[in-house]
Design a protein around this ligand. Structure first.
Ligand code: PTJ
Length: 270
């Protein structure tokens, strides 16, 4: 493996370590090559959102957990990126919420399915749906590899958590009446826009927070949970997320001169 040591005092240590994790996931066939590009896009949006969980993202995460508890059949859809970044948290959330883990890949290859299944079992999963040896049914609205779903998972699921998703799939799940919860750093992506609850945050922060909140909220009365989930306004959430990005950009425009003072202008021709 090519994993490199990031100096402990590096100002962008966490971001670089996460990048190493994704690269390692790619070498293990967990992450698709396109998953590396998707991660880079996520990094850029994380920068714009301030690389922290906003109060808004926290409220969305709480609503998402509430929706999973209220659901009859909550399901967690697993792709290469999420499996590589937070496998233990996926397993923990699945157990607390009674939501099965279903592998559902855009860039399907049998060796990827096997690698993801192994990573989930290594992280403590007892069952993994969506594998080639299991029964499958088809989402007619979708033409990509993801049209095949597990009848015991997404097939009968009502609330589906689809972290880091491509837009077609979200639209197809919505078209067949599912309540879709997503985690996407880009509040303008088709997935973000069409989901019922969009957590605009990095999955590396959201999944641990979902596990923490699920532990806290699991004994709340169903009516209270339903209220938390149903009172969440995703239109306002997305509009405010875009405003947060604009405010961060404006703050940078104001501060850029100050930041440049550290080194000043270099000398030419010396
Ligand atoms: O493993 P597979 O074959 O199912 O493929 C998975 C990917 C992610 C490659 C596939 O679903 C894809 O192509 O996704 P997109 O269309 O590139 O969308 C990914 C979205 O996730 C983009 O809007 C990114 O900004 C966002 N994103 C990337 N990294 C993160 C993220 N959002 C939250 N946390 C991240 N770490």
């Amino acid at each position: 493996m090519t994993k490199i040591e990031i100096p402990p005092d590096h100002p962008r240590r966490l971001s670089l370590e996460t990048r190493e994790t994704i690269i390692e996931g790619h070498e293990l066939h967990i992450v698709a090559t396109a998953g590396l590009l998707a991660h880079g896009r996520g990094e850029a949006f994380d920068y714009l959102i301030g690389e922290k969980t906003t109060d808004l993202a926290r409220a969305a995460t709480k609503a998402a957990v509430a929706a999973m508890f209220v659901a009859k059949h909550p399901v967690i859809s697993v792709n290469g990126n999420i499996c590589s970044l937070v496998p233990e948290d996926l397993v923990a959330l699945s157990e607390i919420c009674g939501a099965p883990l279903e592998i559902n890949l855009f860039y399907y290859r049998k060796e990827r399915e096997d690698a993801i299944k192994k990573a989930l079992f290594d992280a403590g999963a007892k069952e993994v749906l969506g594998t080639h040896d299991r029964p499958s049914e088809t989402i007619p609205e979708l033409s990509s590899n993801r049209r095949k779903v597990d009848p015991e998972g997404i097939g009968k699921g009502d609330v589906i958590l689809v972290p880091l998703e491509d837009g077609d799939r979200t639209e197809a799940l919505k078209a067949i009446g599912k309540f879709v919860v997503t985690i996407d750093l880009n509040p303008m992506s088709r997935t973000a826009v069409h989901s019922d609850i969009t957590i605009v945050d990095n999955v590396i922060r959201t999944l641990p927070l979902m596990v923490e909140l699920a532990r806290e909220m699991k004994d709340l009365p169903k009516e209270e949970l339903r209220k938390i989930a149903e009172s969440f306004d995703n239109t306002e959430n997305l509009a405010t997320s875009v405003q947060i990005i604009m405010q961060n950009l404006e703050a940078n425009a104001t501060n850029i001169g100050e930041m440049r003072k550290k080194f000043g202008t270099g000398a030419i021709g010396k």
